[in-house]
Design a binder for this molecule. Structure first.
Ligand SMILES: [Zn+2]
Length: 342
């Protein structure tokens, strides 16, 4: 090894670096592990599942390599796989047998999500079953609520439907319901409906801050829920707004939200940070959405990114910004990599 210290020149250089040398903590893997500020573990992840009617279905989603739509009979096996990986929570989306203007199947007792929640709870009672509560997957027009004649998503008329959906999910065994429609008053309406039916312990994780984002594209293939016309800008938030996010979150907290979510994650880490500082008493989730997943998979598939390193860096970044939980399609891969690293 060259003795860099033994020169006159090094004297002068040492004066520049001074006594403060942050690199001292970076010298070895053990030193780096010792001072790491943000941890990542499989039980920080929520694994989304797309459930479809039928038997024996595992249908790959082209724009989300590695993600499949599953029929209810596949879920027991899936629950076992998640448990082995240390993943303890799922978020259910349902693709119904049939759609109509009112999204009737959304709150059917034998609807696809209701069946899925029961199957998962039978197979794995300790698994945290979270369900997405919205109408867009169930309506033939693909919008998140009942529509006025001019196509505007009706607010207060939709609230009653959201309450019915949440109650049907709770009755099927959901631990947590996650309203995602950005309908004003949704948390309060769902809390009242749940309490009215005796589901006092069912938690509400509100998609309090959901932006009208271009990064939901692949999800719409997965959930078959693209709007038939128009877009969702009359209820989802404008990507340019951050102060409004604090207002949305405050309203949901007032209405009884048990946890808050920001969606998408990567373009909105400042919003995640803002909510974590303003509402430190509530669990905070961030949704690492389908488009964010697809970008990584596409680049990795072309050999342009090291997928493992990129995914762990992204998930760490989301946690570092203040999220307690990360909803992510990378959950299983990341859990596997973390197990290998341990
Ligand atoms: Zn929706």
């Amino acid at each position: 090894m060259t003795d860099y210290a033994d020169t006159d020149r090094s004297e002068a250089l040492r004066a520049h670096a001074g006594a403060q040398r942050p690199r001292r903590w970076r010298r070895t893997p053990a030193l780096r592990d010792l001072v790491r500020e943000t941890t990542l573990a499989p039980d920080d992840f929520v694994h989304p599942l797309f459930v479809v009617p039928g038997v024996g279905v595992r249908a790959p989603i082209v724009s989300m390599p590695g993600v499949e739509q599953l029929s209810v009979d596949q879920l027991a096996g899936e629950a076992g796989e998640l448990a082995a990986l240390g993943i303890r929570a799922v978020l259910l989306f349902g693709i119904p047998e049939s759609k109509d203007a009112h999204g009737t199947e959304s709150h059917a007792e034998d609807g696809v999500v209701q069946q899925a929640a029961r199957a998962l709870k039978d197979a794995s009672p300790e698994l945290v079953v979270t369900t997405d509560v919205c109408l867009c997957e169930y309506t033939d027009h693909g919008h998140c609520g009942l529509l006025a004649e001019d196509g505007y998503v009706l607010n207060d008329e939709t609230l009653e439907m959201l309450g019915r959906i949440a109650v049907s999910h709770a009755e099927a065994g959901a631990d947590v319901v996650a309203p995602s429609g950005m309908i004003d008053g949704m948390v309060g309406a769902i809390r009242a409906a749940l309490d009215g039916e005796g589901h006092l312990d069912t938690a509400i994780l509100s998609y309090a801050v959901k932006y009208a984002s271009a990064f939901y594209g692949p999800f719409r293939e997965a959930a078959e829920g693209a709007p038939a016309f128009g877009d969702r800008r009359s209820h989802q938030m404008d990507p340019a707004n951050a102060r409004e996010a604090l207002r949305e979150a405050a309203l949901d907290v007032e209405q009884g939200a048990d946890g808050l979510m920001v969606k998408p994650a990567l373009g909105y880490l400042d919003v995640v940070r803002g909510l974590s500082e303003r509402f430190p008493e509530l669990p905070l989730a961030a949704y690492n959405v389908s488009g964010e997943y697809a970008m990584v998979k596409a680049a990795a598939g072309n050999g342009w990114l090291d997928e493992r390193a990129a995914v762990l860096e992204i998930l760490t970044g989301i946690r570092r910004s203040g999220a307690d939980l990360v909803v992510t399609y990378h959950a299983k891969d990341a859990a596997r990599w973390l197990q290998e690293r341990a």
